[in-house]
Design a protein around this ligand. Sequence first.
Ligand code: COA
Length: 194
Amino acid sequence: MLLIAKFRGVSPPEVSSRQIEVRELRPEELPWVRELAVRAVIHGIPGSRDIPTTEVQRRADQAFGDLEFAFRTDPGFRILVATEANRLLGYLMLDLDHREASTGETQALIRDLAIEPAARGSRAVYVLVRQAARLTYQHGLRYLVGEVTAANRRPLVVAQRLGFVIERHQIAVQCGPDGLLPMPGRLGPESSRE
Ligand SMILES: CC(C)(COP(=O)(O)OP(=O)(O)OC[C@H]1O[C@@H](n2cnc3c(N)ncnc32)[C@H](O)[C@@H]1OP(=O)(O)O)[C@@H](O)C(=O)NCCC(=O)NCCS
Protein backbone atom coordinates (compact mmCIF):
# COMPACT_ATOMS: atom_id res chain seq x y z
CA MET A 1 0.00 0.00 0.00
CA LEU A 2 1.28 3.45 -0.79
CA LEU A 3 0.37 6.11 1.75
CA ILE A 4 0.50 9.83 1.20
CA ALA A 5 -0.05 12.92 3.35
CA LYS A 6 -0.96 16.37 2.06
CA PHE A 7 -0.18 18.86 4.78
CA ARG A 8 -3.23 21.07 4.96
CA GLY A 9 -6.01 19.46 7.00
CA VAL A 10 -3.87 16.83 8.75
CA SER A 11 -5.08 16.60 12.34
CA PRO A 12 -2.49 16.59 15.16
CA PRO A 13 -1.73 13.27 16.90
CA GLU A 14 -2.41 12.62 20.54
CA VAL A 15 -0.39 14.75 22.95
CA SER A 16 2.14 12.86 25.06
CA SER A 17 3.52 13.92 28.44
CA ARG A 18 6.88 12.35 27.56
CA GLN A 19 9.88 14.53 26.67
CA ILE A 20 10.63 13.14 23.24
CA GLU A 21 12.93 15.12 20.96
CA VAL A 22 13.88 14.68 17.34
CA ARG A 23 17.15 15.50 15.61
CA GLU A 24 19.39 14.39 12.75
CA LEU A 25 21.32 11.15 13.28
CA ARG A 26 24.97 11.43 14.28
CA PRO A 27 27.39 9.30 12.22
CA GLU A 28 28.52 7.37 15.31
CA GLU A 29 24.89 6.24 15.79
CA LEU A 30 24.77 4.44 12.42
CA PRO A 31 25.50 0.99 13.96
CA TRP A 32 22.41 1.34 16.17
CA VAL A 33 20.24 2.20 13.15
CA ARG A 34 21.66 -0.76 11.25
CA GLU A 35 20.98 -3.20 14.07
CA LEU A 36 17.40 -1.98 14.59
CA ALA A 37 16.73 -1.87 10.83
CA VAL A 38 17.84 -5.51 10.46
CA ARG A 39 15.72 -6.63 13.41
CA ALA A 40 12.64 -4.69 12.28
CA VAL A 41 12.78 -5.58 8.56
CA ILE A 42 10.66 -8.67 9.25
CA HIS A 43 7.60 -6.45 9.67
CA GLY A 44 7.89 -5.47 6.00
CA ILE A 45 7.75 -9.03 4.65
CA PRO A 46 4.37 -9.67 2.99
CA GLY A 47 2.37 -12.35 4.78
CA SER A 48 1.99 -14.13 1.45
CA ARG A 49 5.69 -15.02 1.00
CA ASP A 50 7.66 -18.02 2.28
CA ILE A 51 11.16 -16.52 2.10
CA PRO A 52 13.14 -17.36 5.28
CA THR A 53 13.37 -14.43 7.70
CA THR A 54 17.13 -14.89 8.07
CA GLU A 55 17.61 -14.38 4.32
CA VAL A 56 15.63 -11.12 4.39
CA GLN A 57 17.65 -9.91 7.38
CA ARG A 58 20.94 -10.82 5.67
CA ARG A 59 19.91 -8.80 2.60
CA ALA A 60 18.85 -5.84 4.76
CA ASP A 61 22.22 -5.89 6.49
CA GLN A 62 24.03 -5.91 3.13
CA ALA A 63 21.82 -3.13 1.73
CA PHE A 64 22.61 -0.93 4.71
CA GLY A 65 25.98 -0.09 3.12
CA ASP A 66 24.16 1.88 0.37
CA LEU A 67 22.02 3.70 2.93
CA GLU A 68 25.09 4.62 4.93
CA PHE A 69 26.76 5.95 1.79
CA ALA A 70 23.66 8.04 0.95
CA PHE A 71 23.54 9.36 4.53
CA ARG A 72 27.16 10.48 4.34
CA THR A 73 27.10 11.96 0.83
CA ASP A 74 23.55 12.90 -0.27
CA PRO A 75 21.92 15.99 1.31
CA GLY A 76 18.56 14.75 0.01
CA PHE A 77 18.78 11.61 2.17
CA ARG A 78 18.23 12.24 5.88
CA ILE A 79 17.99 10.07 8.95
CA LEU A 80 16.06 11.52 11.89
CA VAL A 81 16.14 10.03 15.37
CA ALA A 82 13.75 10.38 18.28
CA THR A 83 15.39 10.56 21.69
CA GLU A 84 14.29 10.77 25.28
CA ALA A 85 16.81 11.71 27.99
CA ASN A 86 19.59 10.97 25.45
CA ARG A 87 18.22 7.45 24.82
CA LEU A 88 17.62 6.56 21.17
CA LEU A 89 13.99 5.48 20.68
CA GLY A 90 13.64 5.19 16.91
CA TYR A 91 14.65 6.45 13.49
CA LEU A 92 13.07 7.62 10.25
CA MET A 93 14.92 7.58 6.90
CA LEU A 94 13.74 10.25 4.48
CA ASP A 95 14.41 10.50 0.75
CA LEU A 96 13.70 14.05 -0.40
CA ASP A 97 14.13 13.24 -4.08
CA HIS A 98 11.54 10.57 -4.77
CA ARG A 99 9.35 10.63 -7.87
CA GLU A 100 5.71 9.56 -7.99
CA ALA A 101 5.51 6.99 -10.80
CA SER A 102 2.20 8.15 -12.30
CA THR A 103 2.39 11.95 -12.04
CA GLY A 104 6.16 12.51 -12.11
CA GLU A 105 5.95 14.84 -9.10
CA THR A 106 8.98 14.98 -6.86
CA GLN A 107 7.93 14.11 -3.33
CA ALA A 108 9.44 12.87 -0.07
CA LEU A 109 9.52 9.16 0.71
CA ILE A 110 9.82 7.56 4.15
CA ARG A 111 12.40 4.92 3.19
CA ASP A 112 12.32 3.20 6.55
CA LEU A 113 10.97 3.79 10.01
CA ALA A 114 11.33 1.82 13.24
CA ILE A 115 10.92 2.31 16.96
CA GLU A 116 12.74 0.15 19.52
CA PRO A 117 10.30 -2.51 20.80
CA ALA A 118 10.58 -1.14 24.36
CA ALA A 119 9.62 2.35 23.11
CA ARG A 120 6.63 1.34 21.00
CA GLY A 121 3.57 3.20 22.17
CA SER A 122 5.76 6.13 23.33
CA ARG A 123 4.41 8.38 20.54
CA ALA A 124 7.99 8.82 19.24
CA VAL A 125 6.75 7.80 15.79
CA TYR A 126 4.43 10.81 15.66
CA VAL A 127 7.27 13.18 16.53
CA LEU A 128 9.44 11.66 13.80
CA VAL A 129 6.78 11.79 11.09
CA ARG A 130 5.80 15.36 11.99
CA GLN A 131 9.45 16.47 11.66
CA ALA A 132 9.75 14.59 8.35
CA ALA A 133 6.71 16.55 7.12
CA ARG A 134 8.32 19.85 8.13
CA LEU A 135 11.53 18.94 6.30
CA THR A 136 9.50 17.95 3.25
CA TYR A 137 7.80 21.35 3.22
CA GLN A 138 11.07 23.21 3.82
CA HIS A 139 12.49 21.36 0.84
CA GLY A 140 9.74 22.81 -1.38
CA LEU A 141 7.86 19.54 -1.65
CA ARG A 142 4.15 19.08 -1.15
CA TYR A 143 3.70 15.39 -0.42
CA LEU A 144 5.18 12.81 1.94
CA VAL A 145 4.65 9.14 1.07
CA GLY A 146 5.45 5.76 2.57
CA GLU A 147 4.90 2.10 1.80
CA VAL A 148 3.27 -0.23 4.31
CA THR A 149 3.04 -4.00 4.06
CA ALA A 150 -0.60 -5.08 4.20
CA ALA A 151 -0.08 -7.43 7.16
CA ASN A 152 1.68 -4.71 9.18
CA ARG A 153 -1.27 -3.03 10.88
CA ARG A 154 0.64 -0.88 13.37
CA PRO A 155 2.17 1.68 10.98
CA LEU A 156 -1.09 1.80 9.08
CA VAL A 157 -2.99 2.78 12.23
CA VAL A 158 -0.38 5.47 12.96
CA ALA A 159 -0.37 6.78 9.38
CA GLN A 160 -4.12 7.02 9.10
CA ARG A 161 -4.30 8.81 12.46
CA LEU A 162 -1.84 11.34 11.07
CA GLY A 163 -3.94 11.93 7.98
CA PHE A 164 -2.20 9.74 5.41
CA VAL A 165 -4.51 8.23 2.80
CA ILE A 166 -4.04 4.95 0.91
CA GLU A 167 -3.10 5.77 -2.67
CA ARG A 168 -2.10 2.42 -4.16
CA HIS A 169 -2.35 -1.35 -3.53
CA GLN A 170 0.34 -3.86 -4.54
CA ILE A 171 -1.06 -7.14 -5.87
CA ALA A 172 0.86 -10.43 -6.21
CA VAL A 173 0.25 -13.95 -7.45
CA GLN A 174 2.51 -17.00 -7.75
CA CYS A 175 3.10 -18.30 -11.28
CA GLY A 176 3.45 -21.94 -12.38
CA PRO A 177 3.67 -23.86 -15.66
CA ASP A 178 -0.11 -23.85 -16.03
CA GLY A 179 -0.65 -20.24 -15.01
CA LEU A 180 -1.61 -18.74 -11.68
CA LEU A 181 -1.06 -20.35 -8.27
CA PRO A 182 -1.96 -19.19 -4.76
CA MET A 183 0.77 -17.34 -2.89
CA PRO A 184 2.67 -19.64 -0.47
CA GLY A 185 2.27 -17.69 2.80
CA ARG A 186 4.71 -17.25 5.71
CA LEU A 187 6.53 -20.24 7.13
CA GLY A 188 5.15 -20.14 10.68
CA PRO A 189 4.67 -17.82 13.65
CA GLU A 190 8.39 -17.88 14.56
CA SER A 191 9.24 -16.49 11.10
CA SER A 192 7.76 -13.10 11.97
CA ARG A 193 9.09 -12.77 15.54
CA GLU A 194 11.49 -9.84 16.03
C1 COA B 1 5.38 0.97 13.10
C2 COA B 1 5.95 1.62 14.33
C3 COA B 1 7.02 2.64 13.92
C4 COA B 1 4.80 2.35 15.06
O1 COA B 1 5.27 2.91 16.24
P1 COA B 1 4.58 2.52 17.63
O2 COA B 1 5.29 3.23 18.71
O3 COA B 1 4.51 1.03 17.72
O4 COA B 1 3.13 3.12 17.39
P2 COA B 1 2.00 3.31 18.49
O5 COA B 1 2.10 2.24 19.54
O6 COA B 1 2.02 4.73 18.96
O7 COA B 1 0.68 3.11 17.64
C5 COA B 1 0.39 1.91 17.02
C6 COA B 1 -1.09 1.67 17.13
O8 COA B 1 -1.42 0.48 16.40
C7 COA B 1 -2.17 -0.36 17.24
N1 COA B 1 -1.94 -1.74 16.83
C8 COA B 1 -0.95 -2.57 17.19
N2 COA B 1 -1.07 -3.75 16.58
C9 COA B 1 -2.19 -3.67 15.82
C10 COA B 1 -2.89 -4.58 14.95
N3 COA B 1 -2.43 -5.82 14.75
N4 COA B 1 -4.00 -4.15 14.33
C11 COA B 1 -4.47 -2.90 14.52
N5 COA B 1 -3.85 -1.99 15.34
C12 COA B 1 -2.73 -2.39 15.98
C13 COA B 1 -1.64 -0.08 18.62
O9 COA B 1 -2.54 -0.51 19.63
C14 COA B 1 -1.52 1.42 18.56
O10 COA B 1 -2.76 2.05 18.74
P3 COA B 1 -3.15 2.73 20.16
O11 COA B 1 -2.28 3.95 20.25
O12 COA B 1 -4.60 3.06 20.02
O13 COA B 1 -2.85 1.71 21.21
C15 COA B 1 6.57 0.56 15.29
O14 COA B 1 5.56 -0.35 15.72
C16 COA B 1 7.71 -0.21 14.66
O15 COA B 1 8.86 0.19 14.72
N6 COA B 1 7.38 -1.39 14.07
C17 COA B 1 8.39 -2.24 13.45
C18 COA B 1 8.95 -1.65 12.18
C19 COA B 1 7.86 -1.25 11.22
O16 COA B 1 6.86 -1.91 11.07
N7 COA B 1 8.12 -0.12 10.55
C20 COA B 1 7.15 0.46 9.63
C21 COA B 1 7.52 0.21 8.23
S1 COA B 1 6.30 0.98 7.18
